[in-house]
Design a binder for this molecule. Sequence first.
Ligand code: DAH
Length: 336
Amino acid sequence: MKERLESLGSEALAKIEQAADLKTLDAVRVAYLGRKGKLTAILRGLGQASPDERREIGQRANVLKEELGKRLDARKETLEAAAQQQQAQSEFVDLTLPGRCPRAGSMHVINQICDEIVDIFTQMGFQVAVGPDVETEYYNFDALNTPDDHPARDSHDTFFVKPGVVLRTQTSPVQMRVMEQTPPPVAVVVPGRVYRVDLDATHSPMFVQMEGLLVDKNITFADLKGTLMHFIYTFFGKNTQVRFRPHFFPFTEPSAEVDILWTARDRHTGEVKSKWLEILGCGMVHPEVFRYASYDYEAYSGYAFGLGIDRIAMVRHAISSITHLYENDLRFLEQF
Ligand code: DAH
């Protein structure tokens, strides 16, 4: 009986030390000290032992019971501490990590320039109009006094969608769409994309123009000039040198192209150079266009102009190739 008690004791102590987690440890406790446990069974069986044995074994069993209890508690504490530490490690939040910055978008440089130009004209009383990118040949050419065999069509390499339907080569067709909807007087600007079969450093198959149209009584070329000069001085600065050059457009007569003298420091050589840059076409609305619009061309006169928004953006920011504007390279776009 005594030996059984001793071996049971060392067996139990070994199991306590080996218990790797709280659950196993509790199973050990139940196996030895529980109601049906091995030590409990010995204590219960003492009734049948002799009085001497009962005293000796009883004492020894009680000491063992107490010791097992202590070791169980100690082991439990150790395992609990380990479990807690593990949990703390797995739930660790590193408060020193830098936050994640959301990437902010920004307006495309073309839209920035376009808005700035539209603002200058709306402050003078112009309204903003728009028209479709897919346009009929009638609005893009015929109604603008550019019939089929007109040589002016040669300068527009046109994308045809189907016979009679094109990607508009200019924002000018919106002039006619506006006049058909509105009796005079009108004053509109029309920003929009236009398309031509063309591709090099200064030409892109898609680019952006802004049309202007003003029709009222007694409008002269002086009004056109005054309006455009106000725009140029506001946008490019008061000291900008401007040149009106006679030109031809089928829908205006007389017509002109406007150049500005642009002075820039060469990025590579540092040399300061000036050159004339064409930024827009303009003129007095051709009577034939008024006839298409059913406007009374005896009572009314008007002017029109078309700005190259890309061209102006390239001048403003000294951009060497128009393709940069449409390649969507963030390294380029994020500079603006
Ligand atoms: N539509 C012309 C072009 O794309 C530009 C232009 C010239 C527009 C004269 C006009 C204008 O309204 O009057 O080349």
